[in-house]
Design a protein around this ligand. Sequence first.
Ligand code: KMT
Ligand code: NI
Length: 183
Amino acid sequence: MVQAWYMDTDESLNCREPCKPENTVYVPQEELYEKSGVEYFPIDAATYDTNPDYTAIKKKKGITYEDTIEVSRTTFPNYEEKIKIFFKEHIHADEEIRFIEAGSGYFDVRDCDDKWIRIQVVKDDLIVLPAGIYHRFTPDTADYIKAKRLFAGDPVWTPIDRPGADDHSVRKDYLNRMAAGSS
Ligand code: KMT
Ligand code: NI
């Protein structure tokens, strides 16, 4: 996590650009956690498999599955359509855990006041989006990111789009955890 900030609310901006407003308000890691429940861990991508922190995170999260996703114009023939899908606001029934091995991009998450916080991810970032959080992803203008996808159990990547997801029990559970101050 190089930086996180409150995004410009002008929807006509190019989402692949940083979308920082004139007086950008940055969000430090602890505040990001308090306002969204998003967790972040720095892990050296060159040595992750022998890093005890990485092993401990996997154990705590019950990770039994991992694969690698490489988002680029060459690896995704239908690149433009695919990145539009990633950028649709959605939730999942499970945590979305990504460990960035190379490249960069933006995860946008709604904070507890429904405002977009943009999280810039780069190599060596491990990020955990809680189940039920509204979010979206976009590559930046460099058009390249390679990440590990970690999952507890058989992977389910299904997005549940807004507004339908508002009534989903996973969404309600997330809001209850946030209200109780324990994501
Ligand atoms: C997702 O689910 O949005 C992705 O896997 C995006 C690419 S990983 C940074
Ligand atoms: Ni998602």
